[in-house]
Design a protein around this ligand. Structure first.
Ligand SMILES: [Zn+2]
Length: 216
């Protein structure tokens, strides 16, 4: 089961990926983690990446590809994997196809979590949590029953992530559509793309994903 999850920030990719990892026992491979691991292990490409990062330079695609390729050869990937945050661009998608083909493998499915931008921006930009117990609230959709008092623990202290504001959310969405959304057409054309409704509740989305995976 070799998977890619696509969807804009805030679509719930992380939660769904975690559930797939737990249910199917396949690793979630994020490029950041793989880079750090390769550097730590001191592999050839790890050393190259380390030197570049220490010089304050971006690690080029070919080095990232080599690191991913090494990682995919490890035994825990035998049953499959979820790629997390990669590929992000068409060039990287082509490289991923080529890399898998070299290994005699191909992607099983690319699952797109479809969201409504307006609703997503509204959800993310209004959210805050209790500073004491972490209970989640929203300015208009999910207020505590007594204004300013946490339902769960009675605390009157709340916090907001600084990047959870409408402007930042729109910027993040635009970056996603500009860079990554061409992958939707790319995988559709290859017959790999499946879509789930990311506006449904989390368990429902998980159910839709499991229905797709059960047919692979
Ligand atoms: Zn609380």
């Amino acid at each position: 089961m070799r998977l890619i999850l696509l969807g804009p920030p805030g679509a719930g990719k992380g939660t769904q990926a975690q559930r797939i990892v737990e249910k199917y026992g396949i690793p979630q491979l994020s490029t950041g983690d793989m880079l750090r691991a390769a550097v730590q292990a001191g592999t050839e490409v790890g050393k190259r990446a380390d030197a570049l990062m220490k010089a304050g330079k971006l690690v080029p695609d070919e080095v990232v590809n080599a690191i991913i390729s090494e990682r995919l050869d490890q035994p825990d990937c035998a049953k499959g994997f979820i790629l997390d945050g990669f590929p992000r661009t068409l060039v990287q998608a082509d490289a991923t196809e080529a890399m898998l083909k070299d290994k005699g493998l191909e992607l099983s499915s690319v699952i797109q979590i479809v969201v409504d931008d307006g609703i997503l921006a509204h959800r993310v930009s209004g959210r805050y949590t209790c500073a004491n117990c972490g209970a989640g609230y929203h300015d208009t959709d999910n207020k505590p029953s007594v204004e300013g008092v946490c339902d769960r623990c009675g605390s009157t202290h709340f916090k907001r992530r600084p990047d959870d504001n409408a402007e930042t959310v729109v910027t993040r969405l635009q970056a996603y559509y500009k860079e990554t959304s061409p992958l939707i057409g790319y995988y559709y054309a290859k017959g790999k793309l499946k879509s789930v409704d990311g506006m449904a509740d989390i368990d429902h989305v998980t159910g839709e994903i499991e229905a797709i995976l059960s047919k692979l």
